[in-house]
Ligand binder design. Structure first.
Ligand SMILES: O=C(CO)[C@@H](O)[C@H](O)COP(=O)(O)O
Ligand SMILES: [Fe+2]
Length: 249
């Protein structure tokens, strides 16, 4: 059976003027995780914030009592050098460090020399490095990346090198409020068929009008930014997203 719904509002659409309160209120309204979008202006054409801000918002949200439990900070690292920032985010209170496959295969070991002796960073090395620092690891792919790149990473008997979640982007990363790409659903379907118990996250354009498509395909971790923070009743939206996923289990 597919894992239960996990609703992760993206704080990119929150009021940055009162981010701590927005975060604690959102957990109080029924969210499981907070999706924290980190953009560096290189991997994506936009910038958000770094570890110091995560440290501040962490003090407003209780740490999860179990791995991937309520209050998990799901940090979506849209950054060109994912290995370089693992330690800083761990210290800041990140629970799930989700890096992009496309960035990992293009970055070098020099970013974190102790992590590997190979010249190029491999996703499995990075996952093991993240696990070694006590966090869970996620791996994300952009719309143009084939889902099959994840199979080799997931089909590994060394669990230390296997991600705890895969993120299928349903928009080009960089901005909130974009239109959901239904043509990404075959990737979700293929992953769900092959890995019935995997946490599969979808991110970009999720709302009450697109959730059925994503839930039918087998996604269980639902990121929603504008749909939650732009709603008159965010708790109701969170509930609707959860029901759509859980009713298909
Ligand atoms: O990673 C990203 C964008 O790059 C997302 O997390 C968005 O922030 C989601 O926002 P909505 O599409 O739900 O408004
Ligand atoms: Fe995101």
């Amino acid at each position: 059976m597919a894992p239960p719904a996990i609703i992760a509002p993206s704080i990119l659409s929150a009021d940055f003027g009162s981010l701590g309160k927005e975060c604690s209120d959102t957990i109080g309204r029924g969210a499981d995780w907070l999706h924290v979008d980190i953009m560096d202006g290189h991997f994506v054409p936009n910038m958000t914030f770094g570890a110091p801000v995560v440290t501040k918002i962490r003090s407003h949200v209780e740490r999860p009592k179990e791995a991937l439990g309520k209050g998990t900070f799901d940090c979506h690292m849209m950054i060109a050098e994912p290995k370089k920032w693992v330690k800083d985010f761990q210290k800041a209170g990140c629970d799930l460090y989700c890096f992009h496959y496309e960035a990992a295969i293009n970055s070098t070991a020099a970013e974190a020399p102790e992590a590997t002796s190979e010249k190029k960073t491999s996703p499995k090395d990075l996952i093991s490095y993240i696990h070694g620092l006590g966090m869970r690891a996620g791996i994300a792919i952009k719309p143009g990346t084939d889902v099959s790149v994840l199979y080799e990473i997931l089909d590994n008997s060394n669990k230390d090198e296997v991600p705890d979640m895969c993120l299928i982007m349903t928009v080009e990363p960089g901005f909130g409020g974009q239109k959901f790409m239904p043509d990404m659903m075959p990737k979700v379907e293929a992953l769900r068929k092959r890995y019935p118990e995997l946490n599969i996250e979808v991110d970009g354009g999720l709302s009450e009008s697109t959730i059925d498509t994503a839930a039918d395909a087998g996604a269980n971790v639902i990121v929603a930014g504008s749909a939650v923070f732009g709603a008159p009743d965010p708790a109701q939206v969170i509930l609707k997203l959860r029901e759509a996923v859980d009713s298909r289990r």
